[in-house]
Design a protein around this ligand. Sequence first.
Ligand code: UP5
Ligand code: MG
Length: 272
Amino acid sequence: MAAVFTRLRASALAHKSLFAGQARLASTRPSAAGSAATNLNGSGPVYSVMAGAGLGLGAFYYAYFNGFLPEHSVAKGRLGLSPLAKDVSVVFVLGGPGAGKGTQCARIVEEFGFVHLSAGDLLRAERQRAGSPYGELINNYIKEGQIVPMEITIALLHQAMKESGSKRFLIDGFPRALDQAQCFEDEVCKSQFTLYFDCPDEEMLRRLLKRGESSGRVDDNIESIKKRFVTFHETSYPVVEYYSKMNKVKTVSCLNPVDKVYEQTRSHFLHL
Ligand code: UP5
Ligand code: MG
């Protein structure tokens, strides 16, 4: 019950605040567009109405499939997100804490021109945003190595995707649970494939403790790292298994130096 309440509350808050700044377009509803076009050809009322309806429908479908319609005028899923353009594609980038997801994503962006969206970075930015109602909640989840309610994360990802105007995204560190994968693919867009960075815990621990000497991240300490590992193995790794069964995972071993890891990483993008 408490979990349901938390989810509903988070969802309601997400709509209230995250979308508050989104500009709404002038109305392009089919009825308005249709009536504006009714007197176009002057061949009698029946032809005028038919021509108007045709134009209106055409305008509606064009706008709908290109994601131009305002949020209130199209069918929306459970999270109430407006649709993205049909040809938007995402690659999920998964791997344990400190595996090297962010490091490799930066290289892919340089060579292949994707937009890199790290779910963790978006959450940390939202935590810092003045007036965010989620600051404390996000901080607590991150410090405890727990997964922030997906309504918040998906809303942040969706907003960043819309704002970037790009069509190709690397979504780093998300989805972190099976229900997140399903929800994102149902309500935002399908994934092309999942890039999985495979790294033993001992190596990830070494990297995170080293980074923790200067990163300032609230979760780069031994207590948080242990919790992050548990969450990864119990809840996030099943996402990799799920996509593996669908033959949609490309695995890269992270045990080599960065350049060597990237050689393997880039091979998965050469023929896209
Ligand atoms: N490094 C990288 N590659 C190396 C190599 N080949 N050899 C030697 N060193 C290498 O790299 C980590 C460190 O290793 C760096 O110092 C790097 O130089 C070195 P990095 O590229 O940063 O690894 P990355 O996998 O990105 O590690 P990160 O700590 O970012 O992974 P996490 O998945 O733990 O962190 P994230 O920021 O994604 O999430 C943090 C928290 O946010 C989560 O625990 C969770 O609480 C929350 N969260 C959600 O709730 N939902 C989400 O969807 C996402 C996050
Ligand atoms: Mg990262």
